[in-house]
Write a protein that binds this ligand. Sequence first.
Ligand SMILES: [Zn+2]
Length: 136
Amino acid sequence: MQIKLKREHWNIMRAHVQAHAPLEACGLLAGKNNRVEKVLLIENQTKSRVKFRMDPKEQLEAFNWIDSKGLSLVGIFHSHPAGPETVSATDIEEAAYAVTQIIWSRAKGDWIAYGFWIGNKLVSEVTLEIINNEQP
Ligand SMILES: [Zn+2]
C-alpha cells in the first residue's frame, strides 16, 4: 500500500512539526485515491510533548473545507518529537479514521516520516511516494 504526495506537501508538514517541537504537532491530508492534494495544519489542543488532540473547531472547519472541494480525508499526520519512529500504543488505540497515519520523528537531528495503516489494532506500513510538483 502507498500514498502519493508532492514534495511541497512533505515540506509543509516538516515545517509544521519543526515549528511546534518539542510539542507534538498534527494535521490532515486531503485528496483522492490515496493521492494528497492539500495539507491542512491543525493545532494540537493538548500542547503536549507526548500526545495530540486536534483542536475540534479547526478539525471541523478542515472537514467542511475537504467536503466543499469534493475531496476525501486520505491521511492524518502527527509528530513524535522525542520518538518513537512508529505509531505508539496510544495511536493504535485511538485511531479513529481508516486513513493512512504519517508519523514524523527526529533521527540524528533531522525529521523523517513513515506511513502506517491501522486496522483492527493491527499496523502495516504504507509507502510514502514523493512525486514531482509538475506531475499531473
Ligand atoms: Zn503518536
